[in-house]
Design a protein around this ligand. Structure first.
Ligand SMILES: NC(=O)c1ccc[n+]([C@@H]2O[C@H](COP(=O)([O-])OP(=O)(O)OC[C@H]3O[C@@H](n4cnc5c(N)ncnc54)[C@H](O)[C@@H]3O)[C@@H](O)[C@H]2O)c1
Length: 363
């Protein structure tokens, strides 16, 4: 029971990572304040674990101070603060509104600031406290997330600074930076991109060395580590939970290849399925047919996480083959394609089938 008799307050505790954290804390003996701007999900989490559900919008100083005051009044102290309240309002810079910016910055940065400032009072008096912020791999940069990336990078700075200020009072302040976790937030991202969530998850998993996406419990266990005395000499740190293989904007995808039964003797035909989670893909397609080379440039905008590229002859007598590739060179081409897409940092193409005999990337 790592949290026996401890009092923990989790903002955004009604759903996702916050809910999993509240449940884990309670299983390990904590009295938990489950706070959320939506009281119904907060109660649904709090009731089965004997927690205290509190409605609180973290962007409001009054509500945050009331929430912390109530926790201390009703439960006697405050040992752990976990700031999970979060939203996304993704858009490319030229389309990002003032409101997209303000609401994300206010929820993540101002919200964490207000909560930490309110929570430090009882923690300083007790000479004991643990504060955990939720950063993100997006802090490293992510296309369409100027607001969110900025906020998540800011939270790492906040953790480092508060670790310095509050360390003398035996208060640890750290951040956890998850990658892709299956929650309402990532579901909303898929919906915004017009992408089927199951396909979105498959694409994301293909980029994770462990071969699966995160679940809220995977993050809750790291938050729990930072919220008890196992980690009492860890402060001012950010723990990445699934750091991307490369900066997340160069997220690529996976390729599957399968021989097509349409390929006759002496012929070949491969279908390569490239799952990419990107917003823009420009392909320059060179077609070689009848001694002529036709160059086509196409720009695809996000709509589906999947582009299907079919290589090979489109007729029984055709001798076309991918430019620069042997009939068995699909792997080579696929590798190149992935590398190019990565260098360009581009995003999802639509789910269409294209006959492509040679591929280049136009930037
Ligand atoms: N899901 C991911 O892949 C992922 C990755 C990295 C970081 N994170 C971060 O983890 C945290 C939790 O995200 P999640 O995926 O569990 O999201 P979620 O949408 O499942 O849960 C977020 C909760 O925050 C609440 N909330 C939103 N605005 C609030 C406000 N102003 N005041 C109080 N509550 C508010 C929502 O009502 C919701 O219950 C967020 O800070 C998010 O940015 C999530």
């Amino acid at each position: 029971m790592r949290f026996k008799d401890r009092v923990a307050l989790v903002t955004g505790g009604g759903r996702g990572i916050g809910a999993a954290t509240a449940e884990l804390f309670a299983r390990e003996g904590a009295h938990v304040v489950v706070s959320d701007m939506d009281i119904v999900p907060a109660e649904q989490v709090a009731n089965p674990i004997g927690g205290l559900a509190v409605a609180c919008d973290v962007t409001s100083r009054e509500q945050v101070e009331d929430m912390v005051g109530r926790a201390v009044r009703e439960l006697g102290r405050l040992d752990v603060l976990v700031c999970c309240a979060g939203i996304i309002r993704d858009n490319l810079l030229f389309k990002m509104s003032d409101d997209d910016w303000d609401s994300v910055i206010d929820t993540h940065l101002k919200g964490a600031f207000l909560c930490a400032r309110a929570a430090q009072k009882p923690m300083v008096d007790q000479k004991y406290g643990k504060i955990v912020f939720l950063s993100s791999t997006s802090a490293l940069g992510n296309r369409g997330q100027t607001n969110y990336s900025t906020a998540k990078a800011g939270l790492q700075g906040m953790a480092r600074t508060l670790a310095i200020e509050l360390g003398p009072f035996n208060i640890n302040v750290n951040a956890v930076a998850p990658g892709f976790v299956e929650t309402r937030m990532t579901r909303a991202t898929a919906e915004r991109m017009g992408v089927d969530f199951e396909a979105f998850k498959v694409g994301a998993a293909s980029q994770i060395p462990l071969g699966r996406i995160g679940q809220p419990e995977d993050i809750a266990s790291v938050i729990a580590f930072l919220s008890n005395d196992e980690s009492s000499f860890v402060s001012g740190q950010t723990i990445y939970v699934r750091r991307p293989l490369a900066p997340s904007h160069s997220f690529l995808g996976s390729l599957r290849e399968r021989p097509s039964p349409a390929g006759g003797a002496g012929k070949y035909q491969h279908r390569v399925t490239l799952n990419v989670l990107m917003t823009r893909l420009r392909l320059q397609v060179r077609r070689r047919a009848s001694g002529r080379t036709v160059v086509r440039r196409r720009t695809f905008w996000r709509s589906s996480p999947q582009i299907r590229i079919e290589f090979g002859p489109d007729g029984p007598n055709s001798s076309r083959q991918p430019t620069g590739c042997s009939p068995h060179g699909v792997d080579w081409l696929a590798d190149r394609l992935l590398r190019w897409l990565g260098l360009l940092g581009i995003l999802p193409p639509p789910g269409r089938i294209h006959q492509i005999l040679g591929v280049g990337i136009a930037n």
